[in-house]
Design a protein around this ligand. Structure first.
Ligand code: BG6
Length: 506
């Protein structure tokens, strides 16, 4: 395969070509909370096409004017920056709406009439996942996915992408029936986070980390996505989904893949995505019996999260009283390749935990102690490189330094980089780069079909093991705590400890 040049190129970011942005599920929350504020930020940054039209499609019966009014209201409420009327006008001057049933072919025919001779079209599927395939098929049958010179057709598919390996494969097949892979942009909003994108730059634009980035020097890696939010009003979705499906094959595996991948030969979509996929293929496949031992699933009990009382998971709205859905998951994974053989990657994520914290902590091997045996040094602090994804974005390196004074004593200290000390990034929704990238045709930060399936392949043994176990093996933890004791035991078994979620050195 010859590598296409990166559409990002060098110099200043270019304005994308004219485009009609068609949102399916336009009456939903995602559109007004995230998509329109993100499009607004692009408009303000001069990164929206000069000719831009927005078309909403949903079941609700709305006029163009009512839909537009909703978007204006949403923008004023959810914009991440003060709204300047001139840019809002530029964004919303060509808004139309089409009411229709996604299962009805007439909806797509009417859409085709509405789009007429429109050139480039981006179709954003902000719908419930069970209609992704249906909408793609409808677009295909109405001829809307057919590209011609000067008229690209791209589809952004939201998450969740499948609920297990078989359904992810089915969805890929359904999409690939009507679209080429290069037209499909499977979104993972973690890839829109600057700090996630920075992992590659930190690893590969510096000469100091890469020589140490392997099993000779790294003891283990901890990837944590801890949330303080509980299930809140998402009970229906969450009870059917759980922490593993909701977070692991997508967000946590992106962090895993970026941390563990080999350097790609160039910064081009397929080169980067192939390396990420290879990492997931190299994750040691566990038989379900073994998977149950290397995973912990738990549900929160009532508790207090940062001073706020939180009812037990099973008492949340739309959660079954006898639900065995996990709100917390911890996994121990091994990557069977030359770089990582024998280095455990511990992943954990959960809701209603002690603090909100997403980080990748790389623990280096201990230095030999013998030289300090007859000194006042009793033990050495551990060497951690911590990439803080959110909040307090940055990176810290923990190492030993001599404590001043006549005795030879050592203590752990930190070199700390904070984004906000160096860069003045405007607050964003995290969707800006992703939408922009899709408009310029750069798929680097999107998930390819084989990557998604490789992720589900890793997750499937855990799903199977838990399915077989039923309620057995489901642990609990108090809302507002560090998670279940069983997750501590998972690391203790290997002689290791989790880093604290709520406090401790960042
Ligand atoms: C979503 C999950 O994909 O990511 C949510 O469905 C989760 O359950 C959210 O809360 C976390 O995203 P962020 O950007 O807040 O870390």
């Amino acid at each position: 395969m010859t590598a296409a040049p990166s559409p990002r190129g060098g110099g200043a970011p270019r304005r994308p070509d004219p485009c009609t942005f068609v949102v399916f599920g336009a009456a939903g929350d995602l559109t007004r909370r995230l998509l329109v504020p993100a499009l607004y930020n692009l408009a303000e940054g001069g990164l929206l096409p000069e000719e831009f039209a927005l078309c909403g499609v949903a079941r609700a019966d709305l006029s163009d004017a009512a839909f537009r009014a909703r978007l204006v209201e949403g923008l004023n409420r959810f914009a991440t920056v003060a709204v300047v009327p001139e840019y809002a006008e530029r964004l919303l001057r060509r808004v139309t709406y089409l009411a229709g049933d996604f299962a009805d072919p007439a909806t797509y025919r009417r859409l085709a009439e509405k789009l007429g001779a429109a050139g480039n079209c981006l179709f954003y599927l902000a719908t419930p996942p069970d209609v992704f395939a249906e909408v793609a098929r409808g677009l295909g049958q109405a001829g809307l996915t057919r590209q011609r010179p000067g008229a690209w057709r791209r589809v952004i598919v939201e998450k969740p992408f499948g609920s297990d390996l078989a359904s992810a494969r089915r969805l890929n097949r359904a999409l690939l029936d009507v679209l080429e892979e290069e037209q499909i942009f499977r979104i993972d909003h973690y890839l829109g986070k600057e700090t996630v994108q920075n992992i590659l730059v930190l690893r590969f634009a510096n000469g100091i980390f890469e020589p140490l980035w392997n099993r000779d020097h790294i003891d283990h890696v901890q990837i944590t996505v801890a949330e303080t939010v509980s299930v809140e009003s998402r009970g229906k979705f969450y009870d059917a989904t759980g922490a593993l499906r909701d977070m692991v094959p997508n967000h946590l595996f992106q962090l895993l893949a970026l941390t563990a991948m080999e350097p790609p030969t160039c910064f081009e979509a397929d080169a980067v995505r192939s390396e990420k996929t290879k990492v997931l293929h190299a994750v040691h496949r566990l038989a379900p019996e073994r998977a149950a031992q290397d995973a912990v699933r738990a549900q929160y009990r009532a508790g207090t999260v940062q001073g706020r009382s939180v009812a037990a998971f099973r008492d949340a709205p739309d959660i079954a009283a006898d639900s065995i859905t996990e709100s917390y998951v911890a996994l121990r994974l091994l990557i069977d390749n030359w770089r990582w053989a024998g280095v455990p990657f511990y992943l954990r994520t959960g809701k209603a935990l002690a603090a909100r914290k997403t980080e990748i902590a790389v623990k280096f091997k201990q230095a030999p102690f013998s030289m300090f045996r007859d000194t006042s040094i009793e033990r050495l602090a551990q060497n951690f490189l911590v990439l803080r994804i959110q909040p307090d974005e940055g990176a810290a390196l923990q190492f030993n330094a001599k404590v001043p004074g006549p005795l030879l004593r050592a203590d752990g200290v930190r070199m700390d980089f904070k984004y906000k000390d160096y860069f003045d990034a405007a607050p964003s929704t995290g969707y800006e780069t992703l939408i922009y990238d899709c408009m310029i045709g750069d798929a680097t930060q999107f998930q390819r079909a084989d990557y998604v399936e490789a992720g589900w392949q890793v997750v499937q043994p855990f799903l199977d093991a838990w399915h077989a176990e039923g309620a057995r093996g489901l642990a609990t933890y108090a809302a507002g705590s560090e998670g279940p004791g069983e997750a501590d035991a998972l690391l203790r078994r290997d002689g290791r400890l989790w880093r604290a979620i709520a406090s401790g050195p960042a």
